[in-house]
Design a protein around this ligand. Structure first.
Ligand code: 9YT
Length: 130
């Protein structure tokens, strides 16, 4: 069994904490945990906007705190994001996420990320060996 404490990670396991200018993410589970998915708690700053396109991964995201919206860039459709709402990028959907208030999201990736990825210019993460 794997048991990890978010607060302990923040204090003692900084390798699991990744930050960009306007988001940060705590990787609770990564590929080497062998679960077949990774699990992240992600914070998106109030007022920020992000375009991501996870071409190589499926992702589901559950909003725990905050307020914002997500636009599916293929259809132009925009959905409200608030606590209790989940979105799943089941078609590797390119999307823009906006945080009106800081968003706190619980995210799962399949395949799991390794922790070494950086966002490429097209908004995707590479697979480990691509
Ligand atoms: C909200 C969202 O797409 N989170 C993705 C996870 C985060 N970018 C990370 O941990 O890499």
């Amino acid at each position: 069994m794997i048991v990890r404490d978010f607060n302990n990670i923040i204090e003692n396991d900084r390798e699991r904490v990744v930050s960009d200018a306007q988001w940060s993410s705590v990787r609770m589970l990564l590929a080497n945990d062998g679960m077949g998915f990774s699990f992240h708690i992600t914070f998106l700053e109030a007022g920020s906007e992000h375009t991501f396109h996870y071409k190589n991964h499926f992702e589901s995201v559950y909003c725990m705190e905050g307020k914002g919206s997500i636009t599916d860039l293929a259809t132009g459709e925009t959905h409200e994001i608030k606590p209790g709402v989940m979105y799943a990028l089941n078609e590797h959907d390119k999307h823009t996420l906006r945080a009106e208030e800081q968003l706190v999201m619980a995210c799962c990736f399949n395949p799991p990320i390794t922790g070494k990825e950086v966002h490429r210019e097209d908004g995707s993460y590479a697979l480990e060996d691509s």
